[in-house]
Design a protein around this ligand. Structure first.
Ligand code: TXA
Ligand code: MG
Length: 339
């Protein structure tokens, strides 16, 4: 056990600057620090140190064959990690980075080999959250950072989620408030002639297509049963309570809820405002007013259901447009049943 130092950032600019400086120092001396990004909280380590990166796998209980994303502050730093940068990736970087997109590119070996899990490619992202950017700038080195949760739990969207999972196991945690997007970044394989989406996120296929002027495929469409990257074979986001995805009208969803209630189960539901007002369950949590709000609140809501409250969570389905693609991708991974 270590004592986890927590910095609560506020409006005090001087305090914030000092906190980021201290956190950068911790990272550079080989310790783990969790920090906010615009997507989810990340668990950072010096990506050039195999020893520091090893601590990430230990703290999260993460399988060794699941590679990590290297986070940098600038395009120049990104270029320093790869052997080549196709023209279309330059265009994508100019359009979307800093932002919620990760590029998988041929690695030049600058990152420790456990960052890439021994692959010839490296995943690189420039986060747009000001705290993450300032931290990356202060380190002047790539920072390996997976989501800052225990493997198998939903990604953390608040510092309290990180604290629940990792306090006592990591050196530091920067609390920069709740993250905005709520879904992990789009992971784009840029090693082939055409870009391939390995994990959908806030930067959509349509947006990538428009900027790159290329045909973009999603790995899940081409090989629905094959994991697009080594890490994606794992069933992420397993909630504590079993989750059923139910498509249909509120009336149809109510029929399923009633069936389960009659079996003596306490049923929880999560759905958008518009749907939830028509549902009759033991415990109701709204995911918000639109699909962006659903993305922002999904993980927090999943974490909020406890086995003591309900025996089953029922969630409505969402149209797979925009960030709805990412939301449905995560929900399908979390669900034990799709009705
Ligand atoms: O938004 C995000 O991407 C967050 C924040 C913290 O930046 N990070 C994140 O990291 O979600 P993580 O480790 O939870 O997910 C990274 C995903 C994994 O599915 C991993 O398998 C994939 O990226 N990945 C990493 N390196 C790869 C590579 N070289 N080739 C293919 N997939 C890779
Ligand atoms: Mg993760």
């Amino acid at each position: 056990m270590v004592q986890t130092k927590r910095w609560n950032l506020q409006d005090d600019q001087l305090y914030n600057e000092k906190a980021i400086e201290e956190a950068a120092h911790m990272l550079m001396s080989g310790s783990l620090v969790a920090f906010p990004t615009e997507t989810v909280y990340g668990l950072g380590a010096d990506a050039t140190s195999e020893q520091a990166v090893r601590k990430i796998f230990a703290a999260k209980g993460r399988p060794q064959d699941n590679p990590l994303i290297a986070h940098v502050a600038t395009k120049r730093q990104l270029k320093a990690l790869v052997t080549e940068l196709p023209l279309y990736v330059e265009k994508l970087i100019d359009a979307f980075s800093p932002g919620p997109i990760t590029y998988v590119l041929p690695s030049n070996g600058s990152c420790a080999q456990n960052v890439t899990a021994g692959l010839a490619t490296v995943a690189v992202r420039i986060p747009s959250h000001p705290v993450a950017l300032q931290l990356m700038e202060a380190c002047d080195r790539p920072i390996a950072a997976p989501s800052a949760n225990i493997s198998g739990k939903p990604s953390p969207t608040t510092a309290d989620h990180v604290w629940d999972d990792l306090s006592g196991k990591i050196a530091g945690l920067i609390d920069g408030g709740p993250t905005g997007v709520g879904m992990e970044s789009t992971v784009l394989d840029c090693t082939k002639e055409q870009p391939l989406i390995l994990r959908p996120g806030a930067i959509t296929k349509e947006a990538i297509q428009q900027v790159s002027r290329m045909n973009v495929n999603s790995a899940q469409d081409i090989h629905p049963s094959k994991p697009p990257s080594p890490g994606m074979k794992y069933k992420h986001y397993t909630p504590e309570v079993s989750l059923w995805l139910v498509s249909g009208t509120p009336r149809e969803i109510n029929i399923i809820i009633d069936q389960e209630k009659r079996k003596g189960k306490r049923v929880g539901v999560m759905a958008q405002d518009e749907t939830i007002k028509h549902l009759s369950a033991d415990h109701k949590v709204s995911l918000g007013n639109n699909i962006n709000e659903v993305a922002t609140h999904l993980y927090d809501t999943l974490r909020s259901f406890k086995l003591s409250d309900v025996d089953l969570i029922i969630c409505e389905t969402f149209p797979e447009v925009g960030i709805g693609q990412a939301v449905m991708n995560r929900l399908r991974k979390a669900a034990s049943k799709y009705i």
